[in-house]
Design a protein around this ligand. Structure first.
Ligand code: FES
Ligand SMILES: [Fe+2]
Length: 347
């Protein structure tokens, strides 16, 4: 999994007064709002006897374990053990393993990687802060590896076939296609049209590693799709749909909601039977685990794989360097002198 990046993990509006369980990156976390109203995310298991803290509650910004009522504040420190009474000495290990988390663009984000002194700014898409009053959102869980889904958002030409019944006006041939890589972003654009170029639907797909895509179709429909890894086999999907057709208050949100329903209930499910049976579809394998022959209209997918491999290779190299440092034997201060002595003796 790509490290040292921010992952969007939850809609911010879903984090209110109760703790929320978050299964991400193969682990279980709990999120809540602390004394200052800001998000905290910690390992979900209570350090006392391992109960899952999402079953507890939040009181005055402290998360309270449902088993014995121990209370933990926003720094992760235990502030109260009811069985021991007020003012009892807290054992040093009795604290939560806090994760780095923040809130931006209407989402909760987790830093997945090494802690650092300063974290990069959370950027969703430079142009993604579109009017939320013209948007609607949904999230759900699917049983596929997140990289397979990321790739599918860049694969626009499957629309004419896998989604033919949902969007029959989309043509099969890719025209004016381009794909470029910029940092963590792969931007593709083109026009899906008939063989002769007529009846074209322009699209843009900007995929941002590790797990966000921004799709614009026919200039009026825009959607952000997040595919955050729960584990190798499951993905948290979040869709935020914007529309530019209706601008009247109330109706604009209703319109966005209706379009979202179409995307979520009609279009997305057309992919799942194909994913269920596709090579490695439900095994948890990533895009690198399945042999595929890509064509020109898949240039965006090829760039996605390339960038992903680069990031993973850099991670593996840095891990290997750390391992090397760990196994280097301790060199006493007089080692060079003794080595010189040894060389002299062997002459
Ligand atoms: S298990 Fe959480 S307080 Fe005991
Ligand atoms: Fe699809």
């Amino acid at each position: 999994m790509i490290r040292d990046v921010w992952y969007p993990v939850l809609e911010a509006r879903k984090l209110k007064r109760k703790p929320v369980r978050l299964d991400r990156f193969g682990r279980r976390f709990v999120a809540w709002r602390a004394e200052d109203g800001r998000v905290r995310v910690a390992d979900a298991y209570c350090p006392h006897r391992g109960v899952s803290l999402d079953q507890g509650k939040v009181v005055n910004g402290r998360i309270v374990c449902p088993m014995h009522g121990f209370q933990f504040d926003g720094s992760g420190a235990c502030q109260l053990m009811p069985c021991e009474g007020q003012g009892a000495k807290i054992p040093p290990g009795l604290r939560l393993d806090l994760q780095v988390a923040d809130e931006a663009h209407g989402l909760i984000w987790m830093w997945h990687g090494e802690p650092r002194a300063e974290y990069p700014e959370i950027v969703l898409f430079p142009y993604a802060d579109l009017p939320l009053e013209r948007s609607a959102e949904v999230s759900y869980v699917v049983n596929y590896n997140y990289t397979r889904l990321m790739e599918t958002h860049l694969d626009m030409h499957h629309l004419a076939f896998a989604h033919h019944k949902g969007v029959p006006w989309i043509g099969p041939k890719m025209h004016e296609y381009s794909a470029e890589l910029d940092g963590l972003s792969i931007k593709t654009r083109g026009v899906l049209a008939a063989e002769d170029g007529s009846k074209g639907t322009p699209f843009i797909c900007d995929a941002q590693l590790p797990c966000a895509s921004f799709v614009t179709a026919a200039d009026s429909f825009r959607l952000i799709i997040i595919t955050a890894p729960i584990d190798d086999k499951r993905t948290w999907m979040f869709i935020r749909y914007y529309q530019d057709i209706v601008k009247l208050p109330v109706l604009r949100r209703v319109m966005a909601w209706m379009l979202l329903q179409y995307e979520y209930r009609i279009l997305q499910p057309q992919d799942w039977p194909l994913f269920d049976e596709m090579h490695g579809g439900t095994t948890g394998g990533t895009v690198d685990d399945v042999p595929m022959v890509l064509v020109k209209s898949d240039a965006g997918l090829a760039l996605y794989r390339k960038r992903r491999r680069q990031l993973l290779a850099a991670q593996a190299e840095s891990d290997a360097q750390k391992d090397e440092l760990r196994v280097l034997p301790h060199q006493p201060d007089d080692a060079p002198a003794r080595a010189a002595e040894g060389r002299a003796a062997s002459r």
